[in-house]
Design a protein around this ligand. Structure first.
Ligand SMILES: Nc1ncnc2c1ncn2[C@@H]1O[C@H](COP(=O)(O)OP(=O)(O)O)[C@@H](O)[C@H]1O
Ligand SMILES: Cc1cn([C@H]2C[C@H](O)[C@@H](COP(=O)(O)O)O2)c(=O)[nH]c1=O
Length: 262
């Protein structure tokens, strides 16, 4: 029975690596797949893993119709035994419906890979639709870790290593940016506890966590506007909250949806 499977997890948990492994194992047995991606960090029309593997893929932009593409391919005498869709969080709900149609109407397995939530812990529309429609949701077993050693469950966006909570939902980027230039945007995976406190590896270097700290929301209002007191190595509030400015805009040159600067 063909399936729509959603392989999900945080950033950097091995989703693209698994996509490449599935592709490798199936093609090694003579099966032919169609590989799609959108906004991969390595560039247009590529599916890349941090392990260094990369393969060509069809870039599925916002106007792309997956079902139509498959129908045209098959009608022209092409073959497709399975479909891989990486960075599936960026797809529209309609495009996820097209993936489901490929499974139901064309009888082809579809393996979609993506993060579920954005830097504000909100579901991406594509991921939400995948969770609604998928036959199976597989959470990747190679878990990424928060700087504290706990399992990382959330994705933080950082600027110069400090977590930000404002900006466009889609900003293509990589983990890192830790301690880099103040304007450098990056991502960091955190456990929920530290995501809630906006405590990244950089800001944790300035704060000592105590197990009996009060919930940050109970003792502190929203972070004050203006520059961060103390700088990267400055002292943090005693309640363990991160001394961040939560409204740092994305710097120029960062790619937004469709490659446009944000
Ligand atoms: N130098 C390395 N040595 C071993 N494993 C690595 C190395 N760099 C990255 N990885 C592995 O690759 C994973 C990230 O794989 P990737 O497919 O790029 O993640 P995702 O697509 O989920 O963002 C990391 O969790 C880690 O397990
Ligand atoms: C959290 C978050 C991430 N993104 C972007 C950053 C990367 O380009 C991809 C995730 O890729 P990965 O292979 O899973 O590491 O998504 C974003 O645009 N918005 C966000 O909130």
């Amino acid at each position: 029975m063909p399936e729509l499977v959603f392989f999900s997890g945080t950033m950097d948990c091995g989703k693209s690596t698994l996509a490449l492994q599935i592709e490798h194992n199936r093609s090694a047995r003579g099966l032919q797949g169609m590989i799609f991606t959108r906004n991969d960090r390595a560039g247009e029309g590529l599916l890349s893993s941090r392990l260094g593997l990369v393969t060509e893929a069809v870039e599925a932009d916002e106007d792309f119709d997956f079902h139509l593409h498959l129908v045209r391919h098959l009608t022209a005498g092409g073959r497709s035994d399975y479909v891989i869709a990486d960075e599936a969080q960026f797809l529209s709900p309609e495009q996820v419906d097209q993936l489901a149609r490929i499974v139901d109407d064309l009888g082809i397995d579809v393996y979609a890979f993506g993060i579920t939530t954005d830097f504000r812990t909100k579901l991406f529309p594509g991921s939400q639709r995948l969770m609604e429609l998928a036959d199976r949701i597989e959470v990747l077993q190679v878990e990424a870790l928060c700087w504290c050693g706990a399992r990382a469950t959330h994705n933080a966006r950082t600027v110069g290593g400090r977590m930000v909570v404002e900006g466009a939902q889609v900003v293509v980027g990589d983990i890192g940016g830790r301690g880099g230039p103040a304007a450098e945007i990056g991502y960091e995976v955190l456990c929920r506890r530290h995501h809630r406190r906006r405590l990244t590896a950089v800001t944790a270097g300035a704060a000592t966590l105590s197990p009996d700290v009060l919930p940050v929301d109970a003792v502190a209002g929203p972070p004050p506007p203006g520059p961060v007191p103390g700088g990267v190595n400055g002292s943090a509030p005693a309640n363990g909250s991160a001394p961040v400015n939560g409204s740092v805009p994305a710097p120029e040159g960062v790619r937004g949806p469709g490659g446009s600067p944000t």
